[in-house]
Design a protein around this ligand. Structure first.
Ligand code: GLN
Length: 433
């Protein structure tokens, strides 16, 4: 049942969905934690079952961001999005599996790897893989609260055939998010259908004094679509993906965004990993999560804990990010990437003078098989984000909506809007769907 119908009928299927989640989890690994005792309450979202990406803090519920180093960490507080949802009566049913700290595009960089609901030999996409998979497979009414740094909501939405919305940066509070890269992280919503997103988005958005990057501005009111631009460079993909996307559009023009295409992935990974490497410094086995027997001096202990509990991908990102920020290299990499980011924002802003929304495929491929993913080099892995890093670097609202299938595998279409045009993006997505 659609969220809007569920709410208007005053339904309560919390017990049923928890039972289903437990069963499904045995085969698909969508949850790192299920709260068997979750209950809802009264409010605008009365008894709506909500799953939450593992990196968002939920009081008393293990929240480990898909990482082993945070095993056993139970926050003593709710993230702002969670406390706002609870006030409106939702039931938080559990924490969904993800790439460790959001580091990945296939949810394979973790100990609990979610499987694609349509074909278990394939990935759900990432890093919000558990959220995407469970949203697609559940028989019950449900939404998932997920997070995107460089495409982690759009990608799994595309691969699992559901709707995934990432708001304008700053519109939804990041307080209580276990951060990946602060200047890029955004909390958003996944649902089976686009029109189920708004009732939840309207509750979680809005200024929060606990987040210094939270916006005081209101969303734009104008939702009219006069002109649609399709990003030319992103059509350089498999014909079937291109056809699926274009078949959903009537009148459009092609628009070229060469900077995003050429420098997006490079700038994104330099900035994201620089921020990530400093964020991970706090995991030392002293404050949160796992620890070891105290042996050696502080540096030795710190290294032992981090060697044992961080995955290979996290270690790679710490080394790359630390290198990019090092004295002597800072100007060559980090500062240059920040300048490129500004130019990319300007390129989008210019396009939005003419077009109301910009369209591209969500991902350059359909959900790959695990056997294919294991053959990818780290660089090939990073290149998979070529379509999603642009709007994320620029902090633009974007939505992945299903545009059809190749065989039985879904193809995602991405709608990108100007800053604060979040409602315009959602409205257009509904039309496409
Ligand atoms: N795949 C991208 C990365 O690995 C994006 C992940 C995300 O949005 N959390 O950085």
């Amino acid at each position: 049942m659609n969220v809007n119908e569920y709410l208007s009928k005053g339904k309560n299927e919390v017990k049923e969905i928890i039972k289903e989640a437990r069963e499904i989890n045995k085969k698909y690994n969508y949850f790192n934690y299920i709260d068997e005792d979750a209950t809802g309450g009264k409010g605008k979202l009365s008894n709506l079952p909500v799953s939450v990406k593992d990196c968002i803090c939920v009081k008393d519920m293990e929240s480990r961001a898909g990482s082993l180093i945070l095993k056993g960490y139970k926050p003593v507080f709710d993230a702002t999005v969670i406390s706002r949802l609870r006030k409106e009566g939702v039931a938080i049913i559990g924490k969904t599996s993800q790439d460790e700290f959001g580091f990945g595009s296939f949810s394979t960089n973790t100990d609990n790897i979610p499987k694609n609901p349509i074909d278990v030999e394939r990935s759900t996409g990432g890093s919000s893989g558990g959220s995407g998979g469970f949203t697609a497979i559940t028989k019950y009414t449900h939404v998932s609260i997920a997070e995107s740094t460089g495409g982690s909501i759009a990608c799994p939405a595309g691969f699992c055939g559901v709707a995934g919305f990432t708001p304008t940066y700053g519109v939804v509070s990041r307080y209580g998010l276990i951060d990946y890269a602060n200047s890029l992280d955004k909390i958003g919503v996944m649902a089976k259908k686009v029109n189920e997103i708004k009732p939840v988005f309207d509750i979680i958005r809005g200024y929060d004094e606990k987040d210094s990057t939270s916006l005081k501005l209101d969303l734009n009111k104008d939702e009219k679509i006069k002109k649609i631009g399709v990003i030319k460079e992103t059509l350089n993909v498999d014909e079937k993906i291109k056809d699926a996307v274009l078949s959903k559009l009537k009148d459009y023009e092609e628009v070229s965004l060469p900077l995003v295409e050429k420098y997006g992935v490079t700038a994104y990974y330099i900035i994201a990993l620089s921020e990530a490497s400093t964020n991970l410094a706090k995991y030392s086995g002293l404050r949160y999560g796992e620890s070891l027997d105290l042996k050696g001096n502080y540096n030795e202990y710190f290294s032992d804990v981090r060697s044992k509990f961080f995955s290979t991908e996290s270690k790679r990102r710490i080394i790359l990010g630390t290198f990019a920020r090092m004295a002597g290299y800072r100007d060559a990499y980090y500062l240059k990437a920040m300048k490129v980011r500004n130019l990319i924002i300007q390129e989008y802003k210019k396009a939005f003078k003419k077009y109301d929304v910009l369209i591209s495929p969500t991902m350059p491929i359909i959900a790959p098989k695990f056997s294919e993913i294991s053959k990818l080099t780290p660089l090939e892995n990073y290149m998979m984000d070529i379509m999603t890093v642009g709007p994320n670097l620029a902090g633009l609202p974007h939505l992945s909506v299903n545009a059809g299938f190749i065989g039985k595998m879904p193809v995602g279409l991405m709608v990108i809007g100007n800053h604060l045009d979040d409602n315009k993006v959602l409205k257009f997505g509904e039309k496409i769907e």
